[in-house]
Design a protein around this ligand. Sequence first.
Ligand code: ADP
Ligand code: TYD
Length: 208
Amino acid sequence: MTAGGRFITFEGIDGSGKSTQIRSLADSLRVAGYDVVLTREPGGSPGAEEIRRLVLEGDPDRWSAETEILLFTAARRDHLERTILPALARGQIVLCDRFADSTRMYQGLSRGDLRDVVDQLHTLMIGREPDLTILIDMDPAIGLARAKSRETAEERFEDFGQALQEQMRAGFLALAREFPDRFRKIDGAQGIDAVAADILAIVEAELA
Ligand code: ADP
Ligand code: TYD
């Protein structure tokens, strides 16, 4: 276990506003005097960023779900060793855009029930859950429209379409019920400032 720091993750479907909100939270916490590390998955360390390109670009059927579990977990292990655990040991607040809950959903649910495989590999290779997880809940039609408007090459998962996003939304809500101690659900349909205020209030209460 790590002493000192606090590990906070953001989860939700594509286009739910995670990247926008995590940056806003980092700014607010820094103004309040906290030492913040802002990071993301897949990625967050040089090796994991290389794996990011392998999993997020190309055809939707480029990898099987099983291979993806291994790739995302390999990226996560590197990120954990080189970025997250050292920052927590220094007493920093780590804000991470997606973490293992995304693998539980995207690889564990989308192409058959592989949740148990995801959890077993997580126990074996990662063994760390966040202290707090902010779930931004969002209508997939709006989320997908927002995500598509970004026009990046990283569209492999967005290309699975709205049905997948519907399944992911329901899955994340179920996950929040499964881990009520660390999950907090936010209504992502509000304006950017209202969502930010909700998140800041929850995180300030957690840090107090
Ligand atoms: P995610 O990281 O969850 O995929 P982003 O933060 O990248 O989502 O947001 C996707 C797009 O939607 C961006 O263009 C962003 O500016 C816009 N956006 C984010 N939050 C809101 C909001 N509350 N209302 C309207 N647009 C938003
Ligand atoms: P991200 O960059 O957060 O995309 P977005 O801003 O659109 O939400 O994540 C990229 C994609 O990677 C996203 O579609 C979800 C997917 N993903 C997985 O499938 N498994 C994982 O373990 C992680 C971390 C992400």
